[in-house]
Design a protein around this ligand. Structure first.
Ligand code: SF4
Length: 131
């Protein structure tokens, strides 16, 4: 795995249609606004998509994911993302390695806990314990 991390970062949320039973404690609009206000000057951009693992989500990734940026992806569990985001990364032409991808699991967490995990990833700190 690559250890060199690009300096630039972006946050790419997958909201699982906003209907995933494991994400009912997350207020995505509140979360996105906190990221914008508190971390916005440390990232290139942030985006939310309802289903990155569907064909339209993969097309979105093909148009959005770029080399030279670490993509922090708050979504389902990391192991699941490894499988479900693979085609999107492949279509973007960007390797799904440590330099370009930092998955964050939002499963069973609340808005504040997810925000702290995103903040730690943006600041390059060790990841908080996954619930
Ligand atoms: S990538 Fe994960 S969070 Fe996103 S829609 Fe698919 S299962 Fe849900």
């Amino acid at each position: 795995m690559t250890t060199e991390t690009p300096k630039k970062k972006a946050v790419l949320f997958c909201t699982c249609s906003g209907a995933c039973p494991s994400m009912t404690k997350i207020d995505f609009w509140k979360l996105a606004e906190r990221v914008r206000l508190e971390l916005g000057d440390q990232i290139e951009f942030m985006a939310l998509h309802p289903r990155l693992c569907e064909p339209d989500g993969e097309r979105f990734m093909a148009n959005t994911v770029k080399d030279g940026i670490l993509f922090i992806t708050p979504a389902c569990k990391e192991m699941k993302q490894q499988k479900l985001l693979r085609d999107g990364f492949e279509k973007s032409g960007v390797p799904m390695d440590d330099a370009h991808w930092k998955p964050i699991s939002m499963a069973m967490l609340d808005t504040d806990t997810v925000f702290e995990k995103i903040k730690a990833a943006v600041e390059g700190r060790a990841e908080e314990t996954t619930a």
